[in-house]
Design a protein around this ligand. Structure first.
Ligand code: SF4
Length: 253
């Protein structure tokens, strides 16, 4: 007797909600956010509780800001039904589904099964720390937008994985992608020059976003330093934009 296909694996999620994209060149588009638990990096500024708990927080009504608890791990059928129902509530509002975290790519076995199904509803937008190129390679055909980070050591407190970032960007550049660099008071000119040079060389059409580090919604870097950073990076790469985290400013999720 032929074996029955095994069901899609469940996922440990932190939360699912409806809001606007607050970062990068697609800032302002409405998305359904699926936040995966766990991360392979440990940025000193991380403001996300990255570990999934016993329950995933699921917004009761899209955009309401009110949540209910759903036991982890969460099934694909639950998420697919939720996305379908939210699309009925606001049929033309959504740009895409944002897979965020944590680091979504550490959930490789889940994404392999989930992405084709979720993409039937909306385009897929991946937010990633840009450190796992070999995993990304498996998902490129299922992704519509990729927002990747370059993790500078002076901001994260960890060595910058330059080789992994370069390989990641080489792959991501075949999709619609952008590169985000969180910058802070300690960011050095050498780091910025290296990041901008890499983007110019590997993906010259890609937007490079300088995102000022913020704490409790307030930018922590002086405006004049931010402008000097933009001038420096723009002297190397053709499209450099300073974009803060807008969802905090708008007091959105
Ligand atoms: S990569 Fe993102 S989720 Fe992971 S530790 Fe850094 S800021 Fe937090």
């Amino acid at each position: 007797m032929p074996a029955l296909p095994s069901p899609a694996p469940d996922a440990h999620l932190i939360e699912i909600f409806s809001s606007i994209q607050g970062e990068g060149p697609w800032v302002g588009v409405r998305q359904i956010f699926i936040r995966f638990g766990g991360c392979n990096w440990a940025c000193s500024y991380c403001d996300t509780g990255v570990e999934a708990l016993e329950y995933c927080k699921v917004e009761k009504d899209p955009g309401s800001g009110k949540f209910k608890d759903v036991a982890n791990p969460v099934s694909l059928s639950f998420v697919a039904e939720l996305v379908a129902s939210w699309k009925v509530v606001h049929p033309r509002a959504y740009h895409s589904i944002s897979l965020t975290g944590g680091e979504p790519l550490i959930h490789e076995h889940v994404l392999l099964e989930w992405l084709p199904k979720l993409r039937e509803f909306l385009p897929i937008y991946l937010e990633t720390n840009g450190t796992l190129p070999e995993t990304l390679k498996k998902f490129i055909p299922h992704l519509d937008f990729i927002a990747m980070d370059i993790k500078l050591s002076t901001v994260t407190g960890m060595p910058t994985p330059w080789d992994d970032h370069r390989r990641f960007l080489e792959l991501a550049a075949h999709s619609r992608c952008c590169v985000k660099v969180v910058v802070g008071r300690a960011t050095s000119e050498d780091e910025l020059i290296r990041a901008a040079s890499m983007v110019r060389t590997v993906a010259p059409e890609t937007v490079l976003v300088l995102q000022p580090l913020s704490a409790k919604g307030k930018v922590t870097i002086p405006a004049d330093k931010l402008l000097r950073m933009q001038e420096l990076a723009a002297g190397i790469h053709g499209d450099v934009r300073v974009i803060p985290q807008n969802h905090h400013i708008l007091k959105l999720l």
